[in-house]
Design a protein around this ligand. Structure first.
Ligand code: SF4
Length: 327
């Protein structure tokens, strides 16, 4: 029987990401400019469907417009125009409420926000006093409302995606969330389907958090009092929390050694030694993660080992993104 590749592209739901519209190169900023991001547009854009949003233009402030900043309160700042001191907070909040309802129906798998914006900044946006003194950091009004409504959806700011590890982690979470969405939306809410999903995520989870992998296992083992939907929701929360825990070289090495152990019977002595050497080289920083993974994937394909073929750890996102060539 021909088995499917464990690749994410077999999932049927389109993978949609929200994005601050100016990052796609559209001239929607207060000064009529844009902040086109080459990686997002030219590389990630080939693998996802963008849902562009410019809260300030869509709320009716126009382009060009007077620039705004956050004022007064770190947790619940006001959105005030800098020159004329107009308070646009309520207009933005009303807009956000409606727009977020629209976005709910699109089943987004992630969102990339423009940093520092009083509307789109997802963290560390400057907040000032009315007199213009720095008060501290807060969140853009729209980005904050988004995070409240969709706490599980992975978000990042474009600037942080310049960091290779943060980029890999964000995209891994996006594709992980998309797999979970596709899985639960296709009506596969039974405990059995979740157990099968959990099995295929084992090594991916272990590379992030053994604790979460075990807790998810316990959740499924003690699922009796939950309805299938409750179970899927609890699973999704814990699953995304687990993927948000950072991977380390050591955790990857442990997972790779475990996978090498599962291939022991199929490999001869020379192949086993070579695989261990490559894992060791990765641990010493001589080769990127992609090198041992490619070798293991090669053996899994040749020997057609079903349990390993289904492991998303070996193929969590499109290889064209080259994310594991740098970590
Ligand atoms: S940061 Fe947000 S509000 Fe500002 S121009 Fe970009 S998309 Fe529009």
């Amino acid at each position: 029987m021909t088995r499917h590749s464990p690749h994410i592209l077999r999932e049927s739901q389109p993978l949609r990401l929200g994005i601050s519209r100016c990052l796609l190169g559209e001239p929607v900023r207060y000064d009529g400019g844009h902040k086109r991001d080459q990686f997002l547009v030219d590389i990630l854009g080939k693998h996802v469907e963008w849902v562009p949003v410019c809260p300030e233009v869509e709320a009716g402030f126009g382009t060009p417009r007077e620039s705004m900043r956050l004022v007064d309160d770190l947790a619940e700042p006001r959105l005030i125009t800098i020159r004329s001191s107009n308070d646009n907070t309520n207009v933005m909040r009303r807009y956000a409420k409606t727009r977020l309802q629209d976005l709910r129906s699109l089943n987004l798998s992630g969102y990339v926000f423009k940093k520092d914006s009083p509307s789109c900044g997802a963290q560390r946006v400057r907040v000032y006093t009315r007199e213009g003194h720095r008060l501290g950091n807060g969140k853009g009004i729209f980005a904050n409302a988004f995070q409240h409504m969709f706490p599980l959806i992975p978000i990042e700011e474009e600037d942080r995606l310049q960091d290779e590890r943060l980029r890999e982690n964000f995209i891994e979470r996006v594709f992980g969330y998309h797999r979970w969405q596709s899985h639960t939306m296709n009506g596969r809410l039974s405990k059995r389907a979740l157990v099968s999903f959990h099995t295929s995520q084992k090594y991916l989870l272990l590379a992030h958090s053994r604790h979460h992998y075990q807790k998810l296992g316990q959740l499924l083992a003690n699922a009796q009092p939950c309805t299938p939907r409750q179970l899927a929701t609890l699973y999704g929360q814990l699953f995304m929390e687990g993927l948000a825990v950072k991977t380390t070289v050591r955790k990857h090495r442990n997972v790779l050694q475990h996978l090498a152990g599962l291939l022991k019977r199929q490999l001869n002595e020379i192949a086993r030694a070579e695989l261990h050497e490559v894992i060791h080289d990765y641990h010493r920083g001589l080769v990127p993660l992609n090198v041992p993974i490619t070798l293991i994937r090669h053996y899994v394909k040749i020997f057609a080992i079903p349990y390993l073929q289904d492991q998303t750890y070996l193929n969590p996102h499109p290889k064209e993104l080259l994310l594991r060539n740098q970590v």
